[in-house]
Design a protein around this ligand. Sequence first.
Ligand code: CAA
Length: 287
Amino acid sequence: MTLGIERVGVVGGGRMGAGIAEVCARAGLDTLVCEVDATAARRARERVAASLERAVDRGKTDRPTAEHALARLVFTGSLDDLADRHLVVEAAVENPDVKTEIFTALDKIVEEPGAVLATNTSSIPVMRLGMATGRADRVLGLHFFNPVPVMPLVEIVTSLHTSAETASAVEEFAAATLGKTAIRSQDRAGFVVNSLLIPYLLAAVRMAESGFATAADVDAGMELGCAHPMGPLKLADLIGLDTVASIARSLYEEFKEPLYAPPPLLQRMVEAGLLGRKTGRGFHTYD
Ligand code: CAA
């Protein structure tokens, strides 16, 4: 099946949604981003503009290409505007109820024949979202990594109902159009990457929590001792501590393994609004 994906919709313009929209626009696609209101839409546009500016500064793209990409992005406050999209990628908050509601609505709205609905969830079962629609064969996970314009991977997650044609068409789109490398995962909480990454991040939180080592030393250990680009607590701050906690809860709910249980310090930090980079303070502080 060739999907002929030219018109893409992205639901949510946060860090992940804005990154996905940027990658689509840079690939020359007609890209429509849906946000909850005009203020959120303006912030999403600013995020993309700032990232494109960085890409120009780092020599990853030239200015005219970046300007064209920004001009190609359209923002809307209404899901109804996504009716003619060939592919919609949902990148809303990591909350099962919110995502289910969005999929129920998208199923009624997106009327392009053969259109695919994808979720950027990190851990919520794709099946649950597929079953909220009347087209579970054309629902799958398309999971990007943060920062989206920089990280080359996507995970393609198929539920028991996702058709083989849908999975291979989206995999081809991710590679040929977006320039990403795809890996396949079955529909288990955490998929491939977060199943490995989250227990590691939680172990680092427990180290800092118990006083075993300071946050700075935990991070320096993995950066300088294992050549990771950033230590686990800096990475948790980048992902967002609320997102880390919510992926941990999904993993714990699915597997009931203690290593997936969010440590009390992580939960208290989320309750305190110390969410990492996006709020200026997590395990480290940011300007
Ligand atoms: N567009 C395109 N390229 C960009 C860019 C942009 N907006 N901003 C930076 N880059 C490029 C730079 O040019 C550079 O490329 P080269 O190495 O080829 O020169 C590279 O990205 C790194 O950029 P910088 O050197 O400016 O920045 P840095 O050294 O501070 O690195 C980082 C920042 C990329 C975030 C790096 O620290 C890193 O890779 N961290 C780990 C990130 C990670 O593990 N992400 C996965 C999170 S898990 C997840 O997302 C899944 C989930 O569900 C939770």
